[in-house]
Design a protein around this ligand. Structure first.
Ligand SMILES: Nc1ncnc2c1ncn2[C@@H]1O[C@H](COP(=O)(O)OP(=O)(O)OP(=O)(O)O)[C@@H](O)[C@H]1O
Length: 263
């Protein structure tokens, strides 16, 4: 019995470009994501991070290998996974509460339970005062909180996030990162987060999987040992810890090595 929530086994992805041409985006990658952990996929632009995440979500099919979640091979999208994208994906004509209830309604969750769960997750992301507001009345960070609450309310085993804070300003980004640590602690959801931001990776990750540039292969799996197995909920605290700078410099070196030759 493995304690992995997610197993990526020798996965490759080749995209057909038509006229007999194709591109190998991901080449034989393998790694595990432990249950209740935060795994960050890091690597230079075009290394295949989003492709790997989309295969986990079942939005793309591996050309070779398999992805196993909770003992089952992924064969398409499923309720055991929830995905949050960089672009805000809330329904503008529904209030925050109705947005969060929407997926549960589709899934046939009874009204009372829907309301109770929506209230819990809206509270978790700090939007209780805005439950009756509409997305157009909210800031970018708040709208992304709605997307997170809506996704978590469906009770996924694994939360997949593709550059979730990429469109936010620096300050909101920190707050959102701190929020995700809080969410991970309170909900014990396994998370896989794609980013190219080194600081974000170090802050959020229990494990970093660094992908080499095109085609994507696992270059290194890195556990930020300086955190001593703890999540550090406060960014100032994190960056002032011994070992933070060394890890950041190491990741910068990897990024520079792999980024060479990129436009
Ligand atoms: N649908 C597709 N058809 C053809 N090629 C694709 C498709 N999706 C991705 N690719 C190619 O696969 C490679 C990996 O792309 P992917 O978007 O996964 O990288 P990434 O690491 O997420 O990049 P970025 O950090 O810039 O978002 C790229 O060369 C890209 O052009």
């Amino acid at each position: 019995m493995t304690d992995a929530a997610l197993e990526i086994r020798a996965v490759s992805k080749r995209f057909d470009l038509g006229r007999g041409k194709s591109v190998l985006a991901v080449d034989g990658i393998g790694f595990d994501v432990a249950r209740n952990s935060i795994c960050v996929l890091l690597g230079p632009s075009g290394c295949g991070k989003s492709t790997v995440l989309r295969m986990m979500a079942g939005l793309e099919t591996p050309t070779a290998g398999e992805i196993v979640i909770g003992g089952r091979t992924v064969q398409g999208p499923g309720r055991d996974r929830g995905m949050v994208f960089q672009a805000y994906t809330s329904f503008d004509w529904l209030s925050v509460r109705r947005n969060v209830e929407f997926g549960m309604k589709i899934n046939g969750v009874a009204p009372d339970e829907r309301r109770e769960r929506a209230a819990r997750f809206i509270d978790l992301v700090g939007l209780t005062k805005f439950a009756d507001a509409y997305p157009s009345q909210l800031s970018g960070g708040m709208r992304q909180r709605v997307a997170i609450a809506r996704t978590l309310a469906n009770g996924p085993e694994v939360l997949l996030m593709d550059e979730p804070f990429g469109a936010l300003d620096a300050e909101t980004r920190w707050l959102m990162q701190e929020l995700m640590i809080d969410v991970a602690e309170k909900t014990s959801t396994t998370m896989v987060i794609v980013t190219h931001d080194l600081e974000e990776a170090i802050f959020l990750a229990d494990k970093i999987v660094f992908l080499s540039s095109h085609p994507g292969r696992v270059k290194q799996e890195i556990v930020p040992e300086f955190k001593q197995g703890q999540r550090i909920a406060d960014k100032e605290d994190l960056v002032s810890r011994d070992g933070y700078g060394t890890l950041e410099a190491h990741l910068m070196r990897l990024m520079r090595e792999e980024g060479r030759g990129q436009p």
